[in-house]
Design a protein around this ligand. Sequence first.
Ligand code: SF4
Length: 177
Amino acid sequence: MKRSLDLTADCTSCSALCCVVFAFDKSESFGIDKAACEVCPNLDDTDRCRIFDDRTELGFKGCIAYSCHGAGQRVTREVFKGDSWRDNPVLMAPMGAALSVMRRIHELLFLLDSAKLMSLSSEEMSALLALENLLDPETEWTESKLQKYPIDAVSVQVRKFLNSLQHHVTGRPTAHT
Ligand code: SF4
């Protein structure tokens, strides 16, 4: 039986990847400029955000809006087997590269999961499950598999499929482009 996928971020099982690997610019969403692979100064030594409860007031509402949909803990636990950039800084760039792909995979899986709430026909459900299998193969993800994964092409396929479901929302036949 296929394992159930966790598409909810669990920061306690992650090595704070989103607070490290992504860049952000000082703006209304972020209080500071931060380069990619630079540790956010608000992150403490145990990978907890020092200002977690006050992020909106302190100008970090972009952190609240962001969700990795469970990609962070999967990169940490499954791909890097619990190793962290904190103990081995050399891992920072490869963990960042892995997260960039895994985050897109989990975002697409999240969208497909949401589509299951519609009254899909059996053909639509089969197509959805086939796409889910493409995004979530039985075997574990590795760095090398993520590097080779055709995320752009799969993303186009998923978005085309989701577009074909518009008639469930609008009540009108889907316009084909
Ligand atoms: S402000 Fe907190 S949640 Fe946002 S990136 Fe920094 S440590 Fe992470």
